[in-house]
Design a protein around this ligand. Structure first.
Ligand SMILES: COc1ccc(N[C@H](NS(N)(=O)=O)Oc2ccccc2)cc1OC
Ligand SMILES: [Zn+2]
Length: 262
């Protein structure tokens, strides 16, 4: 039995996580509502740089909370650097959060507005920490790049992911997913907001430097609908619970500053 069971339902959802994860009521929890004109422009906040060219995706899986693409993080091939980061952070995995049909599903909101979905690219500080696990509990251990998805036209590369979702329909399913470069999921502008926060799922570690891109990417309702055919439940589970609304709502800002790149 690994850890505590948690989910996004009525009984095991975000409002109950504090019972097993008291840090849920901590001072640097995520996500938050971003209010652009309250964010402070920092001239010394440089551009972020993603270098995913030789990245090595390994597999795609359904972990019962989202669909996750894992990367080989044994060297500095695929990193994010610059901006608020003191050194390069290694790409470990990316995953998505989304809502029900026609509803918001992003975790961060902007002036109270949610987006249809939010993509998180999770990176860890391999310069200061020996392992991902060690980094994940350190205050500057992780850097998560957040990208909003809004509905509109088909995204020309997202089909590479939606085409294989049927292979990971059930919790616990995993399949090879090689040669995918997440550069293709970035919007044209890398302008961002940044603040100190946490993982948005248990264990809710307060170890994340958040970098949220201002420009959303566009995906079609049809592509987003493919994510909703995933299930929270395992193949032999007679309940077929559709995977949707797997997002935590915004948490108290607790005096934190949100900074904005120019
Ligand atoms: C420290 O290593 C971890 C890193 C991340 C997350 N959870 C992550 N948090 S988030 N939303 O802030 O990126 O959420 C999910 C949600 C669905 C799928 C996979 C990640 C959990 C981790 O250890 C368990
Ligand atoms: Zn996430």
């Amino acid at each position: 039995m690994t850890g505590h069971h948690w989910g996004y339902g009525k009984e095991d959802g975000p409002s109950s996580w504090y019972k097993n994860y008291p840090v849920a009521e901590g001072n640097r929890q995520s996500p938050i509502d971003i209010v652009p004109n309250e964010a402070s422009h920092d001239r010394d906040l440089g551009p972020i740089m993603t270098n995913y060219d030789h990245c090595t995706s390994i597999n795609i899986s359904n972990n019962g909370h989202s669909v996750v693409v894992e990367f080989n993080d044994s060297d500095d091939r695929s990193v994010i650097k610059g901006g608020p980061l003191d050194n390069p952070y290694r790409l470990k995995q990316f995953h998505f959060h989304w809502g029900g049909k026609g509803h918001g599903g992003s975790e961060h909101t902007v002036s109270g507005e949610g987006f249809a979905s939010e993509l998180h690219l999770v990176h860890w500080n391999a310069v200061k920490y020996k392992t991902y696990g060690e980094a994940s509990t350190a205050p500057d251990g992780l850097a998560v790049l957040g990208i909003f998805l809004e509905t509109g036209d088909d995204h020309r590369w997202l089909h590479m992911i939606t085409d294989v979702l049927y292979m990971v329909k059930y919790k616990g399913s995993i399949t090879d997913f090689k040669g995918f470069n997440p550069n293709c999921l970035l919007p044209s502008s890398l302008h961002y907001w940044t603040y100190l926060g946490s993982l948005t799922t248990p264990p809710l570690h307060e170890s994340v430097i958040w970098i949220i891109l201002k420009e959303p990417i566009e995906v079609s309702e049809k592509q987003l609908g493919m994510f909703r055919m995933l299930l929270f439940t395992e193949e032999d589970d007679d309940q077929k619970m559709r995977m949707e609304n797997n997002f935590r709502p915004p948490q108290p800002i607790k005096g934190r500053r949100v900074r904005s790149s120019n």
